[in-house]
Ligand binder design. Sequence first.
Ligand code: ZN
Length: 195
Amino acid sequence: MEIPCITRYPLEKQFQKAYTIAKFKEVQEELRGFLYLTTSLLGCEGGRSIFEVADEIQVGDDLLKHATFTVKIDEDPLDVKCSCKLFEFKGILCMHTLRILTQLGKHIVPSNYILDWWRKDVKRKCTFVKSSYDTSSIDDARRYDRIQNCFYELCSNASKFESSCVKLINQIEQLKVQYPGITDPVTSTGGTTVD
Ligand SMILES: [Zn+2]
């Protein structure tokens, strides 16, 4: 099964082909955001361009808030970065970078922006090759996705103020102690089962 593309951009097709339905839907959410974006070129030097992308964010019923993001793009090799950091957090390109890429006529997203985590061919491999390693890697990917979604929201909220930012970083440092390395509580020797 495949869900239809909502734009004419070839890069959407690229994600449709590569990604699982759930992840492709997240990419489409980003593409839907194009409607509210306006872009302006801030500067360009030696193959690198910097754009400002302004977004209208709805707060409450009809109050609109403007948010601006900076997208830096290198032409050769093609590399994009956005100040919203969605790619770093969730592994999908944000509406701001996608908008700039399409605006510059880039039809193909470099393969390093299509992550193996969300590829459906990785999944397909798992249904054919039933090794315990492959099964756990889909489960891993699903768990990773759940954590990441939850984490992204936390970061966006906490980053609004310096005090909440510092507080969250401290809390994460404390949490790190509780999740030291990869030790499965069931299979590790001498470990007890945690319910
Ligand atoms: Zn962005």
